[in-house]
Design a protein around this ligand. Structure first.
Ligand code: ASP
Ligand code: MG
Length: 414
């Protein structure tokens, strides 16, 4: 059996959902598990709902917009099964009461924001059934168990594996449609796996089912050597080793969620990245392979913050002080993208997120003189050649630069 994952853009309107059904038919995915994200930008809209509700502002209008958007798609798909429509309407009633829960913010966030995937999967499954496919809807929360780290649930692999393996039988004779991005705690509270986490869900299901492959359907022809919107001469990779793909995601390539590769690599399951607008294109196969010379790969990571911690008493930065910096970073759950030290200062580049980053800066200021710059872009060039090395090192506005034998990183104000 195979796992197919369709992201928000691939189900953004009725025509897109029809295209998904065509792909499912064309690829004879009759015994597959389909993992789907929320429709279009629904997750962002649901995030607004949580925030407005918490601030006692008008969130109902946003819910109404989400409902209208979904209703229009349902209508255009000619779905008029009364039971189904009742189910959908009930979900919107439920959404309103979830939004006004008074529990801690991140818990409420997960209960509300997860509903986008519940809706999209219900609609997709209903449409597939209407198209004559043998398909059933399953609730991912009954299968992916996590701890209660809201907005970033950590998967309990043992429990999830047990539950997911129970699906093998059903998959012998039918398609299953489920949600990406969501799971549940042992006491049945919904959790989310982190933004853009549906790829990860697909990998979890695939690993636990020992799937033949996972295919992520995207709006690009495959994994590319750069974002084609930034660098038009970017090329598509035919194949990539797991290691290379994992490193790309680490540096910020957004084509695949960073947590996706590990479970697949451990289970030896190939990951295919294919284009939903042109399914005949071969796409990229990520698997165990050796490639002699990969072309340079360029990854842009925006919204970076450079923080420099200076020692104030004319001593040098020592290991004790570095250890203090690392402890503070870990306490604030902040991940370092690049770091560099000099005699009297230690600099780190992190994703800029308010208020988290400002809190970190405040904490560091207790022991150091702290300087910071925001609005920066980190460019990573993996497998650079002489041309790209020189090109990127000469960019104007570089604040920090670092290179190893294979990778060059420059942090600059674009
Ligand atoms: N819908 C979620 C998000 O937009 C998960 C995903 O798309 O993978 O973050
Ligand atoms: Mg999405």
């Amino acid at each position: 059996m195979k796992v197919f994952k369709f992201g928000g853009a691939s189900v953004k309107n009725a025509a897109a959902i029809q295209n998904v059904a065509a792909i499912v038919k064309q690829f004879e995915a009759s015994q597959s598990l389909i993992v789907v994200s929320a429709i279009g930008k629904t997750t962002n809209a649901l995030e607004r709902v949580v925030l407005l509700a918490r601030n006692q502002q008008n969130f109902e209008t946003v819910i109404q917009e989400i409902q209208d958007y979904h209703q229009q798609i349902i209508q255009e798909l000619d779905i008029n099964d009364p039971d189904f429509n009742n189910t959908i309407n009930a979900k919107f009633v439920e959404l309103k009461s979830l939004a006004t829960q008074t529990d801690e913010y991140d818990l409420v966030y997960d209960q509300v924001v997860s509903q986008g995937e519940v809706l999209s999967s219900l609609i997709l499954n209903q449409y597939l059934v209407q198209q004559g496919l043998r398909s059933a809807w399953i609730d991912a929360r009954h299968y992916i168990q996590t701890d209660n780290t809201w907005r970033g649930g950590k998967v309990d692999w043992e429990q999830s594996r047990k539950k997911i393996q129970g699906l093998k039988k059903n998959l012998q004779s039918q398609l299953l449609v489920t949600q990406g991005f969501i799971g549940a705690t042992s006491d049945n509270k919904t959790t989310t796996l982190g933004r853009e986490g549906s790829d990860y869900s697909a990998a979890i299901f695939a690993a636990c089912l020992s799937a033949e492959s996972v295919t992520i359907w995207k709006d690009v022809p495959g994994v590319m050597s750069a974002d084609p919107k930034r660098l038009p001469n970017a090329v598509v990779f035919d194949e990539l080793p797991y290691q290379e793909a994992a490193e790309m995601t680490y540096y910020g390539a957004s084509v695949i969620h960073p947590k996706t590769i590990k479970p697949l690599a451990n289970a030896g399951i190939p990951l295919l990245v294919k284009n939903f607008d042109n399914p005949a294109l071969p796409g990229t196969r990520i698997h165990e392979c050796k490639i002699d010379k990969l072309p340079p790969l360029v990854v842009f990571k925006e919204n970076q913050c450079l923080i420099s911690c200076k020692v104030t008493d004319y001593s040098f930065v020592n290991e004790q002080q570095m250890s203090n910096i690392f402890t503070t970073l870990s306490q604030h759950d902040v991940h370092i993208n690049v770091m560099q030290n000099s005699a009297i200062s230690f600099s780190i580049c992190v994703d800029y997120r308010e208020p988290k980053t400002l809190r970190l800066i405040e904490a560091l200021s207790k022991n150091f003189e702290v300087y910071y710059n925001t609005g920066l872009t980190l460019i990573t060039i993996k497998n650079y050649d002489a041309t790209t090395f020189n090109e990127y090192r000469q960019k104007p506005g570089i604040l920090l630069e670092q290179s190893s034998r294979s990778t060059l990183q420059v942090l600059l104000r674009l």
